[in-house]
Structures are given as structure tokens and as C-alpha cells.
Design a protein around this ligand. Structure first.
Ligand SMILES: [Zn+2]
Ligand SMILES: [Zn+2]
Length: 230
């Protein structure tokens, strides 16, 4: 008896999973039957399967379009995209939206359409587009160890140089230095910066680079140059 019950439960679970699965859900959504106003009987036709890249990388902005849905009462339509990671775009009359995934994985993306004037009418759901997101290949290489004076005097200004950093996507890069004293220099297009230490000591000077197109893409800090200030 127990095993029969178990098999029955497994079958039920499989049935529920299939019903929830993306590819099995292409039937149009029923009008909202909780509404008393049955005279309108509005229905929305299925929007187009999302069109756009089926692969990308973490942090890359990917654009998708849909369309093709209509109301049988000729009311205006709004669309949104459900991104498959628990988020969706805002409802919009423009059937287009962009998404940058924060994690790698495969996501089932679909579009929904509903009446702009009657949000209680059930949304129609498109077929899914499977989107595979891989790890980001957008990196900036480490700049060269700074060069410049290694001995100096307090309150004297010295110039340090670096270079050699490259963005893997071919964008321009910017540089900054840290002086062994907070704060680092500002980001600059020039691979050089000046500094004057206010106190005697031994300081480690390092350089860092970042992409100018996506400034969140930063290199590791370079190896350090030791500077003795007396
Ligand atoms: Zn309507
Ligand atoms: Zn870049």
C-alpha cells in the first residue's frame, strides 16, 4: 500500500512540475473570472516569443523585444519580460527591455501582455527563450609596478608612472595610485600621478587600472614600489 501511495504522489509531483514548466505553459491565460463584469469578456492574444541574445555573460546588458499581442476589444496593450531569476521588467507599452544578469546560469525568459486599461484581465504569456549566462570575460589586466623616486624628502613632490593595463573588451583604461597613505589618487586617463608625503616613513606605492566603459571593472593592484621618505 505504501509504495502505491508513493508512486501516486510521485506521479502527481511530476504532473505539477510539468504544468509549471515553461514549455508547457503556452496556452492563453483565462480572463479573470473573479470579475463580475463578464459583459466585456476581454481576452489578450499571446505575445511573441522574446527575441534577443540566447547567451551572454554576467553584467552584460542584453536587449529583448516582443510584440504581437492584441486585445479582442482593441484596447491598448502593455508588455513585460519575466527574466527567469525571480525578477521582471516594468509593464510598458514599448515591447522592449534590457537585462544584465548578476549571476551565471540558464534562465527561461518569457514575455507577458495585458490590457493597459484593464489590469484585472489575465495576462497572456509567450513561449520561453532559454538564455545562458556565463562568467564575465570583461577584465582589466594589472598595470606595471610604479616607477619613480625610491628615496625622497618630506613635502617634496615626486612623479610616479605606470602603464601596461588592457581591457579585455578593448575599451580605454584609467589609472590611479595608492601611496601607502589614505586616500589613493583620483582616477586619471594618464598613467602617472604626483605625490608629496607629509611625514617621514617607508611607503608602498601601487597602481590600479579600470575600464572607462564599465568603471566597476577594476584590475588588481600592481606590485609595489618601496619609497623611503626622510
Ligand atoms: Zn481592456
Ligand atoms: Zn572594458
Amino acid at each position: 500500500m505504501m509504495s502505491v501511495l508513493r508512486v501516486a504522489l510521485i506521479c502527481l509531483s511530476v504532473l505539477i512540475l510539468l504544468t509549471l514548466g515553461c514549455s508547457k505553459s503556452t496556452d492563453p491565460t483565462e480572463p479573470d473570472t473573479s470579475s463580475d463584469d463578464r459583459s466585456t469578456a476581454e481576452t489578450i492574444s499571446i505575445p511573441d516569443k522574446p527575441s534577443g541574445p540566447s547567451s551572454g555573460e554576467v553584467g552584460e546588458s542584453l536587449e529583448y523585444t516582443t510584440g504581437g499581442a492584441s486585445s479582442n476589444l482593441d484596447h491598448p496593450i502593455v508588455y513585460r519580460f519575466v527574466w527567469g531569476d525571480g525578477t521582471s521588467s516594468a509593464w510598458n507599452s514599448t515591447p522592449r527591455a534590457s537585462r544584465a544578469y548578476a549571476t551565471a546560469g540558464t534562465f527561461e525568459v518569457f514575455a507577458e501582455a495585458r490590457c493597459a486599461d484593464h489590469p484585472h484581465v489575465g495576462a497572456a504569456r509567450s513561449e520561453c527563450l532559454s538564455v545562458t549566462i556565463g562568467a564575465s570575460t570583461h577584465t582589466v589586466s594589472v598595470p606595471t609596478t610604479p616607477t619613480g623616486a625610491t628615496f625622497g624628502s618630506v613635502n617634496q613632490t615626486y612623479t610616479y608612472n605606470t602603464g601596461g593595463a588592457v581591457c579585455s573588451h578593448g575599451h580605454a583604461v584609467q589609472f590611479r595610485f595608492t601611496w601607502g597613505v589614505w586616500p589613493p589618487s583620483d582616477w586619471s586617463n594618464a598613467p602617472a600621478a604626483d605625490y608629496a608625503w607629509a611625514a617621514a616613513g617607508t611607503y608602498m606605492v601601487r597602481a590600479q587600472a579600470r575600464c572607462t566603459d564599465q568603471t566597476g571593472i577594476e584590475s588588481d593592484w600592481s606590485e609595489f614600489l618601496t619609497v623611503v621618505i626622510q
